[in-house]
Design a protein around this ligand. Structure first.
Ligand SMILES: *[C@@H]1O[C@H](CO)[C@@H](O)[C@H](O)[C@H]1NC(C)=O
Ligand SMILES: *[C@@H]1O[C@H](CO)[C@@H](O)[C@H](O)[C@H]1NC(C)=O
Length: 338
């Protein structure tokens, strides 16, 4: 009785399996969005149809191409991740036609040149933008502030010049900004991170540039997770970044011209890295330093500090190179105080 009743459903299942296996196209080939595919093939052409894109062929689904990730449901292109390739050319405007994309990466591409294309401003779903270790040049463009959903912007180690646009402060969800290793000049805009609508502590890296002026006083109220301003020409007070209750893990102000008194600075309790070497910092090293259990890196060499280096706690972790060339520091690991 049951055997007879299930027979028709068994037959329809068999029919369905036959139908599937007779279909010569894998399911994903049907799904690739034709507008996305057209845009990607134009990007390939803009880089001279480089071998890097050999899997990007007209016959296959763009969702199966290397460096491309599609959304499982909509099958629209969500990620373009191009790295380590011998690509020659500039990033073409047609990239602005990948309307649904949320992550773009161009990384380790020394022969990618030219400016950041303005068509990027069309990408209203972009959350992550990385153009790192390429030879792109020109300014950090103002139009990036139109990417209102942007959460992480990494334009580090390129050849960007000019000043940092104040309009980046309009990006309310931007919690990670890395512009290190460029030729940026001018001052740090006070607007950065002032309109954040997310509780996540922001990270700012501006090292290896030609920035001048002081740290904006408004930064004293930002609880950074990480701030790296090393290797610039910054002046004035760096102590405003510190504070016992701040969530900061890393503060790197090394190789600048900062001038402030370290004596009464309170270190964030979870701090891991404090690099202040090669500045004009005076005063003495606060005793609180010995109570910082997470502190792994501490360098105050080449400053104007004096007095006894506090002892005890985790102080044995730091060798004399961390204290060398100051006005009058003494005690372990330097010579005993007189
Ligand atoms: C930029 O190009 C120069 C040669 O023109 C090269 O030496 C350099 O490594 C390139 N920069 C990057 C970040 O790839
Ligand atoms: C501290 O900084 C100085 C000078 O910038 C450098 O020579 C030294 O190696 C650094 N020490 C450590 C442990 O990083």
């Amino acid at each position: 009785m049951t055997a007879i009743a299930t027979l028709p459903s068994f037959l329809s299942l068999l029919f369905f399996i036959l139908l599937l296996s007779s279909n010569p196209l894998p399911v994903s080939s049907i799904l690739c969005n034709q507008d996305d595919k057209k845009a990607l093939l134009s990007i390939k052409a803009a880089f001279g149809n480089s071998f890097h894109f050999s899997s990007w062929t007209d016959e296959s689904s763009c969702c199966e191409w290397s460096n491309v990730v599609c959304d499982g449901e909509s099958s629209r292109v969500m990620e373009l991740n191009i790295f380590d390739g011998d690509l020659h050319g500039s990033i073409p405007d047609v990239i602005g036609d990948l309307s649904y994309i949320h992550n773009i990466v161009f990384y380790k591409l020394p022969n990618v040149v030219g400016p950041i294309p303005s068509a990027l401003a069309k990408l209203k779903n972009l959350v992550y933008l990385t153009i790192r270790e390429t030879n792109i040049s020109g300014p950090v463009p103002d139009f990036l502030s139109e990417l209102t959903t942007l959460n992480q912007l990494d334009l580090s180690f390129n050849r960007l010049s000019g000043s940092i646009p104040a309009s980046l402060g309009d990006l309310r969800r931007l919690t990670s900004l890395d512009l290190s290793g460029n030729q940026l000049s001018g001052t740090i805009p006070p607007s950065l991170f002032q309109k954040l609508t997310t509780p996540e502590p922001p990270s700012l890296r501006l090292s290896h540039n030609e920035l001048t002026g002081e740290i904006p006083p408004a930064f004293g109220k930002v609880g950074f997770s990480e701030i790296d301003l090393s290797q610039n020409r910054l002046t004035g007070d760096g102590s405003l970044l510190f504070g016992r209750s701040k969530p900061t893990i890393t503060i790197d102000l090394s190789r600048n011209m900062f001038e402030f008194d370290l004596t009464h600075v309170e270190f964030p309790e979870a701090i891991n890295t404090v690099n202040l070497n090669e500045n004009k910092i005076h005063g003495s090293i606060p005793a609180q330093k010995t109570k910082l259990e997470s502190l792994q890196s501490f360098n105050v060499s080449h400053n104007d500090l004096f007095g006894e280096i506090p002892s005890g706690g985790a102080m044995g972790r730091f060798d004399e190179s961390c204290y060398l060339d100051n006005k009058g520091l003494c005690g372990k690991p330097l010579a005993p105080c007189k």
